[in-house]
Every structure is written in C-alpha cells, then in structure tokens.
Design a protein around this ligand. Sequence first.
Ligand SMILES: [Zn+2]
Ligand SMILES: [Zn+2]
Length: 337
Amino acid sequence: MSQFPRLLLALLVLLLTTGCGADDAAEADADDHEHDDDDDHDHSSDGVDIDLFFDGAIVGEVTTEPCTLSGGAEAECYAFTVSGDPVTYETGPFCPTSIDASADDGGIWFDGDGVYDIDGEFITRLAELYDDDNWQMYDADGNVFVTETAEEFDLAARPDVDPSVQNHCVEGRLEWLPDGEPISTTVLIPVEPVLATAPATTSGNLGVTLDGIVIAQSAPVDAILGAYTIAAFDDCGGHYNPVDGYHLHGATGCSELDDVATGETPMFAYAMDGFPVHSPLDDPASVELDECGGHDTGNGYHYHANTAEQNLVITCLIGQTVATADDNGRPPRPADG
Ligand SMILES: [Zn+2]
Ligand SMILES: [Zn+2]
C-alpha cells in the first residue's frame, strides 16, 4: 500500500472515532438539570436527551434499564416519571362562566375539523355549529353551565356521561384530582430510537412534553359531543381528567425549546419511540413529511406535530415503543382519553 491511501485511511479512522458523541446516559438525575442549551448539541441524532426537559418536569431519578420493544428488539430504555403538571405555564382557563365572556376567559375546543376559542359566543353557537337544538349550555341569565365540583367533574368525564351534566362545559381542577396532587406518569422510552418494520399507532400515550405532561391519544370527540358536553382544553391544548390528570391533546406552541437548531420549528416533546417532536410547520407544504408527519433532516429524524384541530398530536410512530409502557396498572381510560 502506498503512503497516500494509508494516510487517507488513517484520516478516515480518526474521523469515525472522534465524530460521534458519547454523551448519552451520562447523567441520570433530573433534579440538577439546568435548561441550558449548549450550541454544540445535536439533539435529533443522539436519541433521547434528558437534559432537554425543563427543571421540575421529571420527578425523581432517571434510570436506564433493559427493555423489550414493540417489534421485539432488545434495547436500553430510560425509565422516568413526568410530573403531570406543566412547569412552564399555569393550566387553564377552560370554560367561560358567562355568554359575554371573551376569548381570554376560556380555552379552546377542537373537534377534528376546527379550533374554536371557547368564548361566550361559542357557547351560544353550539346548536348551530353541531346542527342540533338540544345544545343549551347556558341559562336565561347568560350563565354558562360549568362543572363546579369534583363530583360533577367525575360524572362528566366518564364514558357514560351522567344526564345531570349534559349541556355542561366540562373542566377539571388540580384540587379535584385524588389528593389534590398532579398525577405523575412513569414512562419507558428507548434511549436510542429503533425503527419499526412499519409505522404504527400506539394504544397508549403518544409521548411526553419537555415540561412533564403526557401527550394523549385523540380526545373521543363523538362521545363528548354526543353527551352535549365540551371537554374544554386550555390554550395550550391540555385538560384534566380524573384518571390521567392534566394531559395534552393538541400542540399549540406551549413548552417549546427556544432553540430551533435542528428543526424548522421548536421542539416540545419526545414521542414514545424516542424521536423528538417539533411544533407544527407554519407551511406544511414547504417540507415533505412522511405518513407520520416526520422527516430526517440529515441531522436526525423528528416529527412535526399535527395542528390542534386534527385532535391528534402525532399521527403514527416510525419507531418501536415499549410494549408495556402504556398501562401503568391503571383502569381503562375514561371517556376523555
Ligand atoms: Zn422538520
Ligand atoms: Zn383528554
């Protein structure tokens, strides 16, 4: 071998051995994570970066453990618990109390077709919007019927909505959850994403936001509307139910990282397969996305969340998830998904 190729080979080996980071799994404790985004972070291609979670989003220790993924792959997973209470914003408001209320007094509703500000006028337009005169969510004085006690909340947020809370705007409160505490959720997410043989949906949560909230499946709009209720979301696209606590159904730009280094829009979550989730694209036509709404930018793969009106944050997952991560020994989900 002449000197020239030998030199090239040496250079290549040098490049290969120094180019890739060895920074994963180095830190296991969530408590001392400052939310500092070093410029040299190359998030998307490195697998899950626990450092990206906001302080307080993860409670307790982050551990790694062997896990079997949905496609049968044996992998290493992070096990951690998200707090269930967003650390970057206050939840609510959800329901307005009067038909004179402005958009600031209520949250939003989305049903697969549109996103609506839940202001007073929205409440008065329900019969027209859903073409059904049984909608009557306010009294003669213009007061909106809103769930006002933990009991009413429980009666409204279950598959067979109690007739007594029909025509109610349904909202939950932190203090109505068991013990008045946020409901935390322990998740297992592959440290390094492993592709599935084909994109798939998951029956459980779709992901976790960087500020400690689970991203739930679609809200069961038909059941909710069928009971003449609105399971109001706040402007961040989340709401409470008695079983899951506060959880997200729509991506509206909350809890984003301000660092947009590796995507066209900011990242705000990890999907359950370990790939990052970025906010919806301003112009979906500007970029070609796969059937799950993601793409590989050359800097690693990431999803773009659907816009909120679709009532589904992530269409499907291209990576394998942890088969057992979905049920935390919980009872079947209530009406509100
Ligand atoms: Zn992108
Ligand atoms: Zn829900």
